[in-house]
Design a protein around this ligand. Sequence first.
Ligand code: SF4
Length: 265
Amino acid sequence: MNVRSSTVAPTVTDYLSWSRISAYLRCPHQYAMRYIGRVPAEHRPVALLFGTAWHDTVGVYLEGSGNATTPELVDVFAESFDHEIAEGDVPVHFDEDQTRDTILETARGMVEAFRKSVKPSFELIDRERSFSIELAHPVTGEILPVPVVGSIDAVISRNGEKLLWELKSSKRRWTADQLDNDGQVTLYQIAARSLGHVDAKLELVATTKTKKPDVQIERLVRHRRDEQELTELAFGVLTAIEAGVDYRVRGWQCRSCQWAGSCSP
Ligand code: SF4
């Protein structure tokens, strides 16, 4: 859709983020329930808590210049995970055959793999840096009327190079399509410039939650065209949200949907 002549006057959206944009793309009805109707979630998927605990764990590794031991890092993970479980009154949805013990075992394997792959030969420059940026439409020059916010995982220096690290825990290795097209990475490239990290190169560091964890380290490249498409996407999604475009997308996402009980008409 060409949004050149659209006038976006947001009444229900105070900001966008990659997580909001991707939530809308996944299922506009879920987005509407979550962010507009403020319908309470029915459960919390364990993957969410896992992701938070993994971020905290890797954060301690980076802050300590890579000197933390595996048991120390597993303790960080366990403490963060338990804290997340205790927080909030919405029940946590574990996957089949999953328990706290199996989760900690997975985390231990991931920590070992991470420590082997990410040697302490880096210097941490910045971590968990929040941003709030303006996006200008590449054709009309119109400024998106809400800020786009987020947080950059880490900026490090290694062998004289500045790297912007996107740190993930994932079910499986990223596919070539994800590596080429993931919009979050593109957004972070734009945001990094606004934070003064003009020369930072993008690198994905994804640790898999598989039986034998693997650390996928990939250099990512985003061009001007990718940034323009990302900006057009933000304009399109905001326009659709504000116009009340709300429909269900049935698929794999329904299996773990936190609003499934309120979905059907
Ligand atoms: S159950 Fe499926 S269709 Fe319904 S809101 Fe959730 S993701 Fe969307």
